[in-house]
Design a protein around this ligand. Structure first.
Ligand code: F6P
Length: 545
């Protein structure tokens, strides 16, 4: 048994969860008229309703005691102070510094971090402004109309998601994204683009990532074939921590935007990795995004735990995962943004959450004896309602849902925003309340059904209910509130990792597949020494390579 699962706070929580699970969420409402007010919190313009969680005051107190026991305030302090809390890579974790004001007092290893950050931000703004104003001319003297970000993982998902979310305010060159090493993606993006008016931003922290380097090489060939070698200077920029490799690729030093090893890939959209965002919406929009995130950072750093949105979200996730889990069986976390413009939010969050917390050893390297991150998935509402919500309502396992709802429409069309809001609120209510056999029977009887036909129909129409959810309201999906929302989820991920005593900031789990891909490539190239398992060798033979 680990010290966590043997600890007083953990045991008390498990015991309380077992008692609470005997009752229902609806009963918790019945016994507390003030529940919606008492189980909600607000910060940085976001309103969190967690009253539909299967938790009561005592559960919250016990969760807060667990947070104290795991020294959550200490870990928050250490992260903001720039301590090397990513201990397996001996790195600080300072994405919060990327959105701190220019004059914030933060020195790490003798470096004035905010000054470095803002120097790069200023360069990004100036570069983007040249592109946006048409002052930047391509090799043939024409302005740039299309920018293609080539990157994968954190070097793709964050900027792709933000550019999509804020598409309504995009007024710069069109921005496209290519991640997959499957040539289909680059081919389809380049289809219809002209080399003379296209600029590539090659985004890679390491600048050695197989997919990105392959796509960058193909993009470079496309450019050079049309415009000649010299065109690379006017049509390529790079974002990386690896300046040496970037320069080797032939990118002009003036078009290189750096970031630092204390920015994790999945936390990097706030850094130069966000260059495509600045190009799409302008520097002021990007600063708004940073400011919204900073407001959430300040809240996270300073608000008492019981009113702290990321802390509450993180603790409730632990509650659902580790405390109620044994009763409800294996579960996952669903996220359903009720905004089409957030269609890439879930993929971004999947990397954030599962690459951060998909671990099975603790910080000391000991195997954990508790569940860590659940599978996280979802899709925009209302589409999800017509796809997987059936399982959420009537499947045997419980999958907690986060509903995210920007209230004001980015694209108002007649009554459609009201329909969207109504659907979102109806879903969380239905998941919680369910529908009893008595209710179903009464409804069917009212429609004239009786006897055996009635009894046969009832079980299929029953909803067990008691399925927990959070609802997060944003006044509207603008850059500031989006920044706050993203930072909220970043910190939620961190809170969970602190409770689970795992390092959320390394990702060794992606390395083995990368290594083996190199072995398979070597085998394809005829290297007979490569050792492959029999299944893989057979598949390789079948692939005709
Ligand atoms: O393979 C996972 C990963 O290492 C992510 O953590 C990262 O966001 C992605 O690859 C891309 O890495 P890079 O920016 O170095 O190309």
């Amino acid at each position: 048994m680990s010290s966590l699962t043997e600890s007083a706070a953990w045991l008390a929580l498990r015991e309380h969860a077992a008692q609470l699970a005997e009752g229902s969420i609806a009963e918790l409402f019945a016994s507390d008229a003030q529940r919606p007010q008492r189980f909600s919190a607000e910060a940085a313009g976001l309103y969190l309703d967690y009253s539909k969680q299967h938790a009561d005051e005592r559960a919250l107190q016990l969760l807060l005691a667990l947070a104290q026991q795991q020294d959550l305030p200490g870990w928050i302090g250490r992260m903001f102070a720039g301590e090397a809390i990513n201990q397996t890579e001996n790195r600080a974790v300072l994405h919060v510094a990327l959105r701190a004001p220019r004059n914030a007092p933060l020195r790490v290893d003798g470096q004035d971090v905010p000054a470095q950050v803002h120097a790069v931000l200023d360069r990004m703004a100036a570069f983007a402004e040249q592109l946006r104003s048409g002052a930047w001319l391509g090799a043939t003297g024409r302005a740039i109309t299309d920018v293609v970000n080539i990157g994968i993982g954190g070097s793709d998902l964050g900027p792709r998601m933000v550019c999509r979310a804020l598409a309504a305010q995009a007024d710069g060159p069109r921005v496209h994204f290519v991640a997959n090493v499957d040539g289909a993606q680059l081919t389809s993006v380049l289809h219809g683009l002209e080399p003379a008016t296209t600029l590539f931003v090659i985004t890679s922290k390491m600048f050695t990532t197989l997919e990105t380097m392959a796509n960058a090489g193909a993009a470079r060939s496309w450019l050079v074939a049309a415009l000649g070698e010299d065109a690379v200077r006017r049509h390529c920029a790079a974002v990386s921590t690896n300046r040496a490799e970037v320069l080797k690729f032939g990118i002009d030093a003036a078009n290189v935007f750096e970031f630092w090893d204390w920015v994790g890939g999945r936390y990097s959209l706030w850094s130069a990795v966000g260059l495509s965002i600045v190009i799409a919406i302008g520097a002021e929009g990007f600063r708004q995004l940073l400011a919204g995130a900073h407001a959430m950072d300040e809240h996270f750093r300073s608000a008492p735990l019981e009113k702290n949105l990321p802390v509450l979200l993180g603790l409730l996730a632990v509650w659902n995962r580790n405390c109620l889990a044994s009763r409800f069986g294996s579960r996952s976390q669903v996220v359903a943004p009720y905004a089409q413009d957030l269609e890439y939010f879930v993929p971004w969050l999947q990397q954030l959450e599962m690459e951060s917390n998909g671990k099975s050893v603790d910080r000391q390297g000991r195997p954990v004896d508790y569940a860590t991150t659940p599978a996280l998935w979802g899709d925009v509402g209302t589409n999800g309602q017509h796809a997987f919500f059936q399982m959420l309502h009537q499947g045997p396992a419980i999958h907690p849902v986060d509903f995210i709802l920007p209230l004001r429409a980015a694209h108002p069309l007649q009554d459609q925003q009201r329909m969207l809001i109504a659907n979102c609120l109806a879903q969380s209510s239905a998941l919680m309340l369910g529908k009893s056999p008595q209710q179903v029977r009464a409804e069917l009887q009212a429609k004239g059904l009786q006897g055996a036909a009635l009894e046969a129909a009832v079980p299929h129409r029953v909803f067990a209910g008691n399925r927990p959810s959070n609802t997060i309201l944003l006044p509207r999906l603008d850059a500031w509130h989006l920044g706050a929302l993203l930072a909220l989820y970043e910190h939620r991920t961190f809170v969970q990792s602190v409770i689970w005593n795992i390092n959320a900031f390394d990702q060794w789990g992606v390395e083995l597949g990368k290594q083996l891909a190199q072995s398979v490539l070597a085998a394809m190239a005829g290297d007979a020494q490569v050792s492959l398992d029999p299944s893989t060798r057979t598949l390789l033979a079948r692939s005709g390579q």
